[in-house]
Design a protein around this ligand. Structure first.
Ligand SMILES: *[C@@H]1O[C@H](CO)[C@@H](O)[C@H](O)[C@H]1NC(C)=O
Ligand SMILES: *[C@@H]1O[C@H](CO)[C@@H](O)[C@H](O)[C@H]1NC(C)=O
Ligand SMILES: *[C@@H]1O[C@H](CO)[C@@H](O)[C@H](O)[C@H]1NC(C)=O
Length: 250
């Protein structure tokens, strides 16, 4: 009753933004498939992403685009980087490449291609390429055509009212950094703009190796938040409003 009460209240307050006349909890950009055909799932997922990534405050689902990183410490070999006041954008324009759902086997596969921009402040302390580093400034990372493959082990559960829901048991993913990663980072070496520029150039010329090392903790973090967001959504919206296929026995 709490969730529903909150929903109705927000529904009125927000002015029908997410409203629909059928008394559903699911927002109206969700177009449930009648089968688990990939073709339909891809289309439905693609249609849901732009609105879903804005967040659904009335359902307790936070935004993924923009997605805020208050503070993220990253320990690299030799350098401690802290990323602050960060903003990640681009997810709403991700292109869905594949979706597969195996309801009986509890497997859900999602493959998307995205351009992602990460902007924020940073500090970096330690040693980088032989040089002692003590940098602090602004950074921007642009990732072009990255491909994310997500393999989710799902489960089913009933809420207090006895309605079925999707759940996420665990997940694995692969992240291909794609065509190019551009780094724009100022003031890597305090008081030494020439060295800062030279090292930045090195990072950009060796973007693939650099990103594989540096990117892993960031991507782990982002993936964790994304999955957490999906969990919240699945807990709020019942199974039968997401997919018009009978739920397997569980
Ligand atoms: C599912 O079937 C209903 C009723 O036949 C139809 O109106 C609806 O368009 C179908 N949905 C999709 C996504 O194909
Ligand atoms: C990403 O950006 C590149 C270059 O601007 C563009 O060609 C490509 O279509 C974009 N990809 C996606 C998934 O939006
Ligand atoms: C993932 O997110 C959850 C909930 O936000 C948090 O408790 C957990 O520590 C995070 N794990 C990692 C590896 O970031």
């Amino acid at each position: 009753m709490d969730v529903l009460g909150g929903y109705v209240f927000t529904f009125l307050a927000v002015g029908l933004t997410f409203g629909n006349s059928a008394g559903l909890i699911a927002p109206d950009f969700i177009h449930p498939c009648n089968t688990t055909d990939s073709e339909c799932l891809i289309k439905a997922t693609q249609e849901a992403i732009p609105e879903f990534s804005k967040g659904l405050p009335n359902l307790g689902v936070p935004a993924l685009d923009p997605f805020v990183i208050d503070e993220l410490p990253i320990q690299l070999p030799g350098v401690k980087v802290t990323f602050l006041d960060g903003k990640v954008t681009g997810l709403r324009k991700c292109q869905v490449l594949n979706v597969e759902a195996y309801l009986e086997k509890n497997i859900f596969i999602l493959e998307i291609r995205c351009n992602i921009t990460i902007k924020g402040k940073y500090t970096a302390v330690g040693r980088l390429l032989l040089f002692p580093i003590n940098g602090e400034g602004d950074s921007k990372i642009k990732i072009v055509n990255s491909v994310i493959k997500l393999n989710i082990k799902t489960k089913y559960f009933k809420d207090e009212e006895g309605r079925d829901h999707f759940g996420i048991k665990n997940y694995k993913y692969s992240f291909d950094y794609g065509d190019r990663v551009h780094y724009t980072i100022n003031n890597l070496f305090k008081g030494n703009p020439e060295l800062s520029e030279t090292v930045l150039q090195f990072l950009n010329e060796n973007w693939r190796v650099v990103t594989e090392e540096f990117g892993q903790p960031v991507v782990d973090y982002a993936m964790n938040v994304t999955i957490d967001t999906a969990r919240k959504f699945f807990s709020a919206v019942p199974y039968d409003e997401l997919l018009y296929v009978p739920i397997p026995k569980y």
